[in-house]
Design a protein around this ligand. Structure first.
Ligand SMILES: Nc1ncnc2c1ncn2[C@@H]1O[C@H](COP(=O)(O)OP(=O)(O)OP(=O)(O)O)[C@@H](O)[C@H]1O
Length: 266
């Protein structure tokens, strides 16, 4: 299963856990996953499979019966500020800061780099400007977050995650509300992060985009049922099986697309 797995020590981020519960309900079982640097990994699977829960465990947002390691060191042993510089997070449908300008929302991502009560430095401002340009929201920088459209807002929140400049970036449904040109921009950003040595982990429902990643983690019923390269036919077979063969996968322009299987004519 783990043809591309790194060991926990050499991984950018890893989880080894027997069970994760939300309240009294067991949600994830026997998670053993080590994701290497310099790769983009997409987490996919049916609705309710546990993808977002797995990402939250990796981010340290949900306790688990086991251990998460970041850069080879248990998450719990990282000083909070250092950890926040190493691990950036873009959650699903994040709220908060509605009255802040887009610029100030992005600047929040620099907080881990700043000393207590210190004003933003020139480096902070240039990181924000770079991220707002990359995500195509520089022109919107003085608008309130609460006044932006869904896609504009998502791009500001992506900028906030990018300004952390962390070597590990976790994103839950980062393409929500993004139109195809902005999805394409997102792909360019991810490729740039990976080329610079980063580990990018994204939960995605868009299987054709997920298949453009380096590796795929397939989750079903709270378990990792496959982890492998997107180029591996075994990964395609596992993906089809995870979706009960209700998708088909086709080669296209050097990559793959996944389509819902058309119902048989009556
Ligand atoms: N707060 C909660 N209390 C109880 N069960 C929860 C809670 N949050 C999530 N769950 C359950 O945990 C399971 C996994 O949820 P999760 O959000 O991780 O799935 P997912 O794979 O990301 O789903 P989707 O594709 O629908 O976004 C689901 O059955 C969900 O109903």
């Amino acid at each position: 299963m783990n043809s591309v797995s790194a060991s926990a020590k050499s991984a950018a981020i890893s989880v080894h856990s027997s069970e994760t519960r939300i309240g009294a309900t067991p949600i994830l079982h026997e998670m053993d996953l080590a994701l290497p640097p310099k790769r983009w990994t997409s987490i996919v699977g049916p609705n309710g499979a546990g993808k977002s829960t797995l990402l939250r465990v990796l981010a340290g947002l949900l306790p688990t019966a086991g251990q998460v390691q970041l850069q080879g060191r248990p998450l719990s042993q990282w000083p909070a500020r250092d950890r926040a510089c190493q691990l950036a997070w873009l959650g699903q449908g994040e709220g908060g800061g509605e009255d802040l300008t887009a610029y100030d929302v992005a600047l929040l991502g620099r907080l881990p780099h700043r000393s207590w009560l210190a004003p933003a430095s020139a480096a902070d401002h240039s990181a924000v400007a770079r991220a707002l340009h990359k995500t195509q929201v520089w022109e919107l920088r003085d608008r309130r977050l609460g006044d932006l459209s869904g896609g504009e807002r998502q791009r500001v929140l992506l900028a906030r995650a990018l300004v952390v400049e962390a070597p590990v970036l976790l994103m839950d449904e980062p393409l929500a509300h993004l139109d195809p040109p902005h999805q394409s921009d997102w792909l360019t950003i991810v490729q740039g992060l990976v080329a610079a040595g980063g580990a990018v982990v994204s939960v995605l429902h868009e299987l054709s985009i997920a298949l453009q990643a380096d590796d795929l983690v397939i989750v079903r019923n709270g378990r990792i049922v496959h982890y492998g390269s997107c180029a591996d036919p075994k990964t395609h077979a596992a993906l089809q099986a995870a979706f009960e063969n209700r998708i088909t996968i086709h080669a296209l322009e050097g990559g793959w697309v996944a389509l819902p299987r058309a119902p048989r004519p009556m």
